[in-house]
Design a protein around this ligand. Structure first.
Ligand code: FES
Length: 201
C-alpha cells in the first residue's frame, strides 16, 4: 500500500513527540535543564570567588608601624600629665597626656591640612599656615580651623593582659599608669573633632 501526500505530515506529527521526548525526572526537570542549572551555579560560584579575591587585593591593608595601621608605644613612653605632647612623625600623631586623659591627636590641621606644632612657651598647638590654635587635648582655641583636632582610637594593654579602649572621643582614662605595658594607636580609626566652639561630646 502506498502512502498519500496528505498522510505524510500527519504521520510525521504523530511521530514528533516521540523524537523530541527528553528524560524528565520526578521534579519535572529535564537532564538538559539540570545541566544548565549546574553550569549556572558553577559560574556564580566562580565569579563570586574571583570577585572576592580581587576585593582582597584591592582593599587597603596596613602593617603595624605604617600610617593607617597600628603603632605600638611602650607604657614607659607615656608623658607625665601636662608634659609637652610627644611627636610621632611616622604615625602622624601627637601623643598627649592631659588631666582629661591620654590621647593621640592627628597632626594635620583641621583648616587646610598644614602640620601644626607644639609651642612650649604658649603651651598649645599652633598652626604656622593661618594661625589656628588648639589646647594640648586638641580643643579649638582660635583661628580659621572649623573644628577641634581629630584623634585616633587608642588601646591600652595592662600588665595583667587586660585592655582598655579609648572612649568615643578617643580618650583613655587611665587608673595607674605604672600598670600599662603598651599603648596601641590605631591610625586607621580617626575620630573627628567637634565643631569650633563646641566641646568633645
Ligand atoms: S591650615 Fe592650619 S590654620 Fe590654616
Amino acid at each position: 500500500m502506498t502512502t498519500t501526500a496528505q498522510e505524510k505530515p500527519a504521520a510525521r506529527s504523530a511521530r514528533a513527540p516521540q523524537a523530541d521526548a527528553r528524560p524528565v525526572d520526578a521534579a519535572g526537570i529535564s537532564r538538559r535543564e539540570f545541566l544548565y542549572y549546574i553550569w549556572g551555579a558553577s559560574m556564580v560560584m566562580l565569579l563570586g570567588a574571583g570577585g572576592g579575591t580581587i576585593l582582597w587585593y584591592l582593599l587597603p591593608r596596613f602593617r603595624s608601624g605604617e600610617f593607617g595601621g597600628d603603632f605600638f608605644l611602650p607604657g614607659a613612653q607615656l608623658p607625665a600629665v601636662n608634659d609637652p605632647p610627644q611627636d610621632n612623625p611616622q604615625g602622624r600623631f601627637w601623643f598627649s597626656n592631659t588631666a582629661e586623659g591620654v590621647m593621640a591627636l592627628y597632626k594635620v590641621c583641621t583648616h587646610l591640612g598644614c602640620l601644626f606644632k607644639w609651642v612650649d612657651t604658649n603651651e598649645r598647638f599652633e598652626c604656622p599656615c593661618h594661625g589656628s590654635k588648639f589646647h594640648a587635648n586638641g580643643l579649638y582655641i582660635e583661628g580659621p580651623a572649623p573644628r577641634s583636632l581629630d584623634r585616633f582610637e587608642v588601646t591600652v594593654v595592662l600588665n595583667d593582659g587586660s585592655q582598655i579602649t579609648s572612649d568615643e572621643n578617643g580618650i583613655v582614662h587611665l587608673g595607674d599608669p605604672s600598670q600599662v605595658t603598651e599603648f596601641i594607636v590605631h591610625t586607621g580609626k580617626r575620630i573627628k573633632g567637634p565643631a569650633a566652639g563646641q566641646g568633645y561630646a
